[in-house]
Design a protein around this ligand. Structure first.
Ligand code: NAI
Length: 722
């Protein structure tokens, strides 16, 4: 067999090894199912076997889910359903075995992998950071279709199950054990031993068919129809409201779970298969799967072969970004030095790092020893002495060109010839920072996003002098820090900041025309952005946004963009957004801040800060046409992305889509700006842009690449326009 191996141990225990000999990962595929059917038949026919254990032979994965390439083959309705029905049949056969079955999990056990584990009677998962359990299907626009919506609800109760499945939450073994998803969480080296020693206990539970105990609410929801209907109606409303109905999958999870509770397990499975089939062919899921494949492809880079080891990172600036970079470096196992101008200046950054690791204890993501070890990986310093030992310096000092050039020169004087200098600037061209460098080949941009530990993207910016090994080392470091990396060419605002600015700029122009702050934000959120442009400006900081706008002004002014001077005036009046308590919205201090804690966190207080309108030309607020606003904001952004492609800033549309979705919150269900242009049709986008140019000015002039592609009837990803 190529995927599985059945081994019989002496004491009646059979072990089914998940041992894919073709690829690095264990994945559910049609061929694997065939072997599984065969192995189950052998177990059924052997009376000497009294328990069956599923275990992976791979060091770092149990079963990562359905092989997505199988799904890409589904072009017609019914094809994915047949595959799903077959999985149902095989998994049902596991559950129907007359002996206890145990999934012994080490490494990721996701999607179809967790569904196999759920089909077993018991689950034992190693208490190891690499062991993860969950249903990430909704992040691909799909549902757990291999019995997940039915079995999880019955195992841990409907409320917890729905939370996990609709959000795509991934748990570690401790968290999974706390909610009853796994029975035991031993140390990795004790996995099989623990299963063995627990067999008498499992056999007893199996004979008595003992199930997990549910809370009263969950029991009521499982059996009482009216209570269940109200619960599901509320859940559906909440989900639709949160995402404006843009993502169909989470609602479908609810529907399948409800069907199963109402009409029984088999009806639930049938609903799953039907729904899965529809979703696989949906444009949303296709777009999200394309992003998944692009992210996967981005992990393989020709540069990484040239990467050199990084044993110590020097972070300059212990502010919001610097402390975030030190945090993810510690998580990657790389020690760092974090330097700021003074000890008091370092304190808030250190507190942020501590809070981040400490919070992991509360969420069972870590223990106090791990927290202390991770925190100990960051050494705060106020002098530069130790920096001479660093392999990579990442600067995150204030966004000032002269300061950045100065710290670069200081570092060059202090460090080895093969030490990399990376800047985290969000807009200053790296070439300009490197203009005074003695070793320009060692200079690169590593543009992280805020908050660094949560944001998945790292934009690496290369100049024409940057050496290949430097690019490779930066990519490898970013990947270790668990970031999806895109490599872009240097230029004002690189890719992400350059594409974001027209969006923010247009929102300010709309204010000048009398639009309402909340209204514009709502249009953007309805389109699928997680926050609207004004909320985003408040988060970024109005002063920072104005600084970036000034930096990019040279490029944009020649294309008909006027400076959003309202931002400058707001900056002068200390109206800086969330950090000053007042921007486009108002914010109040949280109670813990009043008690003297330093973490700056303002909560939204009132919907809008009415006084803000005077910075954009006081005039009567008027209703706007949401479709026009949407086109003005989004087409301008997509057009800028196309210009970046044309200028060679990004290498291909896939990188552009990844960068916009992961860095800027462009709706994933549309697949990024290029996916969106394909979806509406490039010809249509060009026509709309031309109309907008006629009405609002030259900034809407369609990118020549779009005009050319429209003429030839081409699309970016080769799919037919809707
Ligand atoms: P921040 O103001 O929170 O932190 C900057 C820190 O640098 C301060 O703690 C300051 O004391 C320190 N500093 C200044 N001069 C220094 C020097 N010579 N040596 C050592 N430390 C020095 O700023 P933030 O938000 O962390 O931004 C830092 C950089 O990251 C900027 O270039 C910014 O454009 C960039 N960036 C910021 C993002 C954000 O959302 N805040 C996103 C992406 C990039």
């Amino acid at each position: 067999m190529e995927y599985l191996e059945l081994e019989k141990l002496g004491d009646g225990l059979a072990v089914l090894h998940l041992a894919n000999r073709i690829g690095r990962m264990n994945m559910l595929s049609a061929s694997m199912l065939t072997e599984l059917e065969y192995a189950l038949g052998a177990v059924r026919n052997d009376p000497a076997i009294r328990a069956l254990v599923f275990i992976s032979d791979k060091e770092d994965n149990f079963l990562v889910g359905v092989d997505l390439k199988e799904l890409e083959r589904a072009k017609e309705p019914g094809q994915a359903r047949d595959f799903i029905l077959r999985i149902h049949e095989v998994f049902n056969a596991i559950g129907a075995l007359p002996i206890p079955t145990v999934a012994a999990i080490h490494g990721p056990c996701l999607g179809g992998g967790l569904e196999l584990a759920l089909a077993c009677h018991f689950r034992v998962a190693t208490d190891d950071p690499g062991t993860t359990l969950g249903f990430p299907e909704v992040t691909l626009g799909l549902i757990p279709g291999a019995g997940g919506t039915q079995r999880l609800t019955r195992l841990i109760g409907v409320r917890k199950a729905l939370l996990l499945m609709t959000k795509g939450t991934i748990l570690n073994a401790a968290q999974a054990r706390a909610i009853g998803l796994v029975d035991l969480a031993p140390y990795p080296y004790q996995l099989l031993e623990t299963v063995r020693s627990s067999l008498p206990h499992f056999e007893k539970r199996f004979r008595k068919r003992r199930k997990n105990r549910f809370t009263l609410t969950d029991r009521v929801l499982q059996v009482a129809g009216p209570a269940r209907s109200v619960f599901f109606a509320n859940a559906r409303r909440r989900i639709k409201k949160a995402a404006f109905g843009n993502y169909p999958a989470p609602v479908k999870v609810l529907e399948c779970a409800e069907k199963g509770l109402e009409k029984g397990f088999s009806a639930g499975l049938a609903a799953e298969a039907r729904t899965f089939d529809d979703l696989v062919l949906s444009s949303e899921s296709r777009a999200m799967r394309r992003l998944f494949f692009s992210a996967k492809a981005s992990r393989k880079s020709p540069y990484t072969e040239k990467a050199r080891p990084v044993g110590l990172i020097g972070v300059l600036g212990g502010g919001l970004m610097g402390s975030g970079i030190a945090t993810v470096s510690a998580q990657a196992g790389i020690p760092s030095l974090m330097k700021d101008r003074s000890w008091p200046g370092l304190a808030p950054g250190l507190q942020r790092i501590w809070t981040h690791f400490d919070r992991q204890i509360k969420t069972r993501m870590g223990n106090p020893v791990e927290r202390d070890m991770l925190f100990g990986m960051v050494t705060p310093v106020v002098d530069l002495e130790l920096f001479s030992r660093a392999d990579l310096i990442i600067e995150a000092v204030f966004e000032e060109k002269i300061l950045k050039r100065r710290v670069l020169q200081e570092m060059e004087a202090l460090t080895r010839n093969d030490c990399i200098f990376a800047s985290n600037t969000s807009a200053i061209p790296i070439t300009e920072i490197a203009s005074a460098a003695a070793r320009p080949e060692n200079v690169i941009g590593m543009h992280y996003f805020s908050p660094v530990p949560q944001m998945p993207l790292l934009e690496i910016v290369v100049t024409k002098h940057t050496a290949d090994w430097v690019i490779g080392t930066a990519i490898a470091t970013g990947q270790k820090q668990n970031k999806t990396v895109i490599v872009v060419r240097d230029g004002p605002g690189f890719y992400t900041t350059r594409t974001l600015m027209p969006f923010l700029h247009e929102a300010c122009t709309l204010l000048g025309e009398g639009a309402d702050v909340k209204e514009i934000d709502r249009v953007a959120r309805e389109f699928g952005f997680p926050v609207g442009p004004f909320k985003l400006l408040d988060e970024i900081g109005i002063d920072v946004a104005w600084h970036i706008a000034e930096e990019l002004h040279g490029m944009f002014s020649t294309r008909g963009f006027f400076p959003a001077t309202g931002l400058e005036n707001m900056t002068d009046d200390d109206c800086l957004g969330r950090k000053s308590g007042k921007g486009f919205y108002r914010y109040i201090r949280m109670p813990w801040e009043k008690r003297g804690m330093r973490i700056p966190a303002f909560k939204e207080f009132r919907p809008t800060h009415e006084g803000v309108y005077r910075y954009f030309g006081e005039r009567k607020r008027r209703a706007v046409n949401p479709l026009e606003v949407r086109d003005r904001l989004v087409l301008l952004m997509a057009n800028e992305a196309a210009l970046c492609l044309q200028d060679g800033i990004i290498a291909n549309p896939k990188d552009g889509d990844l960068g916009a979705v992961l860095g800027l919150g462009f709706p994933a269900f549309l697949g990024g700006p290029f996916g969106y242009l394909d979806r509406i049709g490039i010809q249509r986008a060009v026509t709309k842009l031309e109309l907008l140019t006629g009405r609002f000015g030259a900034r809407f002039t369609p990118a020549p690449i779009l005009v050319e592609m429209a003429g030839k009837g081409k699309s970016f990803h080769g799919s037919t326009p809707a």
